[in-house]
Design a protein around this ligand. Sequence first.
Ligand code: HPA
Length: 260
Amino acid sequence: MSETDGAIGIIGGTGLTTLSGLEIAGTRTIETPWGAPSSELTEGRLDGQRVAFLSRHGNPHKIPPHEVNYRANIKALYDAGVRTVIGVNAVGGIHPDMGPASVVIPDQIIDYTWGRAGTFFEGNLDKVTHIDFTWPYDKNARDLLMQAATAHDVAFTGFGVYGATQGPRLETAAEIRRMERDGCDLVGMTGMPEAALAAELGMRYVCLGLVVNWAAGKSDHIITMEEIEAAIEQGMSGVRKILEVSMTGLGTLTALPQPS
Ligand code: HPA
């Protein structure tokens, strides 16, 4: 058993390249059959719980969303013994209640990405596998995140449909209107195929979203890096707090039955 067995995996996105509060035990470079993950794994303890942290865009932040090696990231966490993953995602807000600096724990996904390596089940297969993906985010992990946030007075919204776009450009106002008609509440570039890959390996996966801007056409101005940085500055403390206070609960989750 490695130090990371049973650890919670945290994939940090824009604004969360390192995890403050993590008592670092060490770092590990993992190679996978799918190549190298975006960063080394930083292993340690957060509020007493073993954690493996991976920076989705690299450290420093330099890998754009469409070039992230999502397969290597998920497989590296899996190989390190992680079975529950929290994906932290910066997102744009479409739903009127999801303005900049709000924290959202979504419950559904619509995937608009294209051309990304999005499955482990391809190549020289013994059989074709279709995983169930009805509920992309693990219910127990979501409940525990929300309970911990509520108990510690951290504001969040506990529903939402995450629309995953290809990027790296932001959307047009018409694309956002279409996504709204489709039922999307949030828009981001990194939620997929990460969630599906975790599901393929039988891992629990949950998204902790931080809204960093109103989606295109949802405010009276264009989207600027300054407003994104200001929202990260304002909202990331809530994300960090939720991560910290949910660790004990998440650590009690048992492994899911392995897909056959
Ligand atoms: N669109 C797509 N991805 C994003 C956005 C957005 O408005 N904000 C942060 N990530």
